[in-house]
Design a protein around this ligand. Structure first.
Ligand SMILES: Cc1cc2nc3c(=O)[nH]c(=O)nc-3n(C[C@H](O)[C@H](O)[C@H](O)COP(=O)(O)O)c2cc1C
Length: 165
């Protein structure tokens, strides 16, 4: 049996994980209907250079699990420090997270969000069960970055900014 979310040990585990700063991404794909979908994800990281592989994990109870499992291609949009609003928008359940959003399209029409620090377009490489999450490994087909855009940082449950010493 797994511990409930409000369990103090689970809370402490979460808070301790929060000591590890991450970037913030929005992972996008196309539903079978063609509708764009996306959610805010901080569990993104690098895996391998050759072949180029990345990893992220998706909460197993979310309705987008079967969509991402069946998507041939998805995009990892690395948010810039001025994109907290996009992070919040894609972290809330909504029927049209893309309303009024001027996105472009990548491989197979995958939605690419404007103004980001970086983009990774991936095809499915592997998936693994990961407790209450599904672990996705993506093979990077295309990547791009905008060095003028500092990435948004998430740590301890809050957004942070990178500063130089
Ligand atoms: C900074 C941040 C990071 C998040 N990281 C993840 C993550 O790595 N995996 C995940 O499944 N949900 C993550 N979430 C939560 C999802 O964005 C949230 O559950 C979202 O509502 C899911 O989209 P949906 O409601 O359209 O299914 C994160 C939320 C925030 C604010």
């Amino acid at each position: 049996m797994t511990a409930p979310k409000h369990d103090p040990v689970v809370r402490a585990f979460r808070d301790t994980l929060g000591m590890f700063p991450t970037g913030v991404t929005v992972i996008t794909a196309r539903a079978p209907s063609g509708e764009p979908i996306g959610l805010t994800v901080s569990s993104f990281n690098s895996v391998s250079l050759t072949p180029p592989l990345v990893v992220w994990s998706l909460s197993g109870h979310l309705p987008s699990v079967p969509i991402f499992e069946n998507a041939g291609v998805y995009a990892i949009n690395v948010l810039a420090e001025d994109q907290r609003d996009l992070s919040q928008r894609f972290a809330r359940r909504s029927d049209d997270k893309f309303a009024g959003l001027d996105f472009t399209e990548g491989v197979d029409g995958v939605p690419l969000l404007p103004g980001c620090s970086a983009w990774f377009q991936c095809r499915q490489y592997a998936r693994h069960p990961g407790g209450d999450h599904v672990v996705f490994i993506g093979e990077v087909l295309r990547f791009e970055r905008d060095t003028a855009k500092r990435p948004l940082v998430f740590q301890g449950g809050a957004y942070r900014r990178l500063t130089d010493d």
